[in-house]
Design a protein around this ligand. Sequence first.
Ligand code: 2HA
Ligand code: ZN
Length: 273
Amino acid sequence: MSELYLSCPPLADYVEEISEVAGYLWQKGWAECNGGNLSVDISHILEGHECRFEKEEHRGLDHTYSPLGGHYFLVTGSGYRFRDLARNVKDNACILRVDNDGSGYTIVWGGGNSPNFRPTSEFASHLSIHKLLLDRGSDERVVLHTHPTELIALTHFPEYKSESAINRALWGMLPEVKVIIPCGVGIVPYALPGSQKLAEGTIDAFNRGHSVILWEMHGCLATGKDAIEAFDQIDTLNKAAEILLLCRAAGQHPSGISEVQLKELVKAFNLKE
Ligand code: 2HA
Ligand code: ZN
């Protein structure tokens, strides 16, 4: 076992869970090439441990994230593959500490031996979301972005460009969708990957009450208490998208679970409407 895990045993479980989810994403076909990224605020699990980190590589940030000063994140690398992460977290992700003033960060572990290692290209979106979760006092600490094929396909349909239309269609495919994602998915119109515009659109969608966001013609982003919870929400939504597309491919336009049946579900499971 590595020095780091010996000095901070709970970290080993986190690293294991992340490689498990990375494997699922690859098996699902949602992580082609270097598609997707993941970050975890691990500050809480480091508390009370004298962690023996191994390196110090400092970098600046384009924006300042003062409230995140001093926080530690486990983050996947830019240009790195989820299928490789599944086998080896240390070479394909890093742990970094955000500077006290939030204007930069220091990589303290991982990143392989590459001097060019950088956190994910979507780091701006991830940090903005972690800041929001912190502001809210949320216990969600994971941000996961991936490319779920069928959900992305639906964002190309003119009739599913609106949040109300796509949520009505997805909730209608199987009861689990309303149970797991009662507030529905938020939609962010297409914006350049890694851009501040995409990060801002994502924050707006979170502020509308969503915990899963669809980036039009690009992918999906979810938060969760852990990586499995974030994955499960996307998996459930994508299952609904698969059923919808299967019905369409068979020449059917399913009317799905009715309003009355959805209301019955909300009542029975005490869900948010
Ligand atoms: O990390 O998916 O959106 C690669 C991407 C960018
Ligand atoms: Zn992406």
